[in-house]
Design a protein around this ligand. Structure first.
Ligand SMILES: Cc1cc2nc3c(=O)[nH]c(=O)nc-3n(C[C@H](O)[C@H](O)[C@H](O)COP(=O)(O)O)c2cc1C
Length: 327
């Protein structure tokens, strides 16, 4: 393992809008104690104008947890990075990978790959205000600017501003013509470019991302890069992370919790959140994939989907769903 990489950077849960909210992250933390968690992207406008306490809330159990920011104005990003650090986030990450038209209209996300100097200014401004690592999540390219050398130059400029780690979604983004979803599926994966980046810049912390669906594959990538980030597979089949602490994150004594233990660990949290007024379905939404691949997984999923939205639904719904699957 590189001297520079905190152990937990070796395996990260990707930031995913409408998925990796605080409930999802707390849930994943019950499966792996050490995987590094990322928030959904939060724009600087939302933080500076919105309900900060609600947008940025997290549970102490989530550490290590990174706040992902969306924006391009160095002063606003620096202010939000500072707010994130004061709230206790362990890392501030800048989104340079989102291709959505709305984000592009705001001139941030993936289109910032075409403006490495602007990203460097943003990173420098954030680093000047916080002590926690400032990192960038980007693509291997955008549109026809997708040669390896384009990415290498982007990284060189941003690294010079002090970026602490680069998380590379190993496919380019087409800014015109593809939806965000298509931009996660159609451009081919080019992990070899990310491996090469690490070879060319061994001094930098490089994390690769995209299409990694199992710990075996993660271990293969870790022979070439410092870390791996997993998104959809970890959301749809979160139990794939159960062996991560022991196999990847250096905690030799960690025993994978059973799926039932994960549910048991969630029950006090759910009871607390529901008592505070949080709708049950907002929490169970993220737990539906827990039994993926196990017998009777459909019963678990269906019970949660059918009952979690009913008036007065609480922890009993989850206990009943568990009883159906855990016979
Ligand atoms: C529903 C969804 C929402 C996403 N939202 C974000 C986001 O807010 N910020 C970001 O950097 N990437 C976002 N992504 C991209 C993921 O972080 C990741 O780069 C991508 O899904 C590829 O990894 P995977 O193949 O392991 O899922 C999102 C992906 C999905 C599926």
């Amino acid at each position: 393992m590189s001297r520079l990489v905190p152990a937990s950077h070796r395996l990260c849960l990707a930031p995913m809008m409408d998925c990796t909210d605080r409930h999802c992250r707390y849930f994943v933390r019950q499966i792996s104690r050490h995987v590094r968690l990322y928030t959904e992207m939060v724009t600087v406008q939302a933080i500076l104008r919105g309900r900060r306490d609600r947008l940025l809330a997290f549970d102490a159990a989530e550490h290590p947890v990174a706040l992902q920011l969306g924006g391009d104005d160095p002063a606003a990003l620096a202010m939000c990075a500072r707010i994130g650090e004061e709230l206790g986030y362990d890392e501030i990450n800048l989104n340079v990978g989102c291709p959505s038209p709305r984000v592009r209209h705001g001139a941030f996300g993936a289109c910032l790959m075409l403006r490495p100097e602007a990203v460097a200014d943003a990173v420098a401004a954030m680093r000047a205000r916080v002590r926690v690592p400032v990192t960038v999540k980007h693509r291997i390219g955008v549109d026809d600017r997708d040669a390896y050398d384009d990415m290498a130059r982007f990284v060189e400029v941003v690294a010079a501003a002090g970026c602490d780690a680069f998380i590379v979604h190993a496919r380019k983004a087409w800014l015109d013509g593809l939806s965000p979803r298509q931009n996660r599926e159609i451009p081919p994966l080019r992990h070899a470019d990310v491996h090469r980046l690490k070879r060319d810049r061994p001094d930098l912390v490089i994390v690769t991302n995209g299409g990694i669906v199992a710990l075996d594959a993660a271990e293969d990538h870790l022979r070439h890069v410092d870390g791996v980030m997993i998104g959809r597979a970890a959301y749809d089949q979160p139990y794939l992370l159960a062996e991560a602490d022991r196999r990847i994150l250096g905690d030799g004594s960690a025993e994978a919790p059973s799926r039932s233990e994960v549910v048991a660990r969630m029950l006090p949290y759910i009871a607390r959140e529901v008592a505070a007024g949080e709708p049950l379905a907002r929490i169970t939404l993220h737990m539906r994939g827990l039994f993926h691949g196990a017998p009777r997984a459909g019963l678990w999923r269906r019970h949660l989907s059918e009952h979690a939205r009913q008036p007065g639904a609480g922890v009993g719904v989850v206990a009943d769903a568990l009883a159906l699957v855990d016979r």
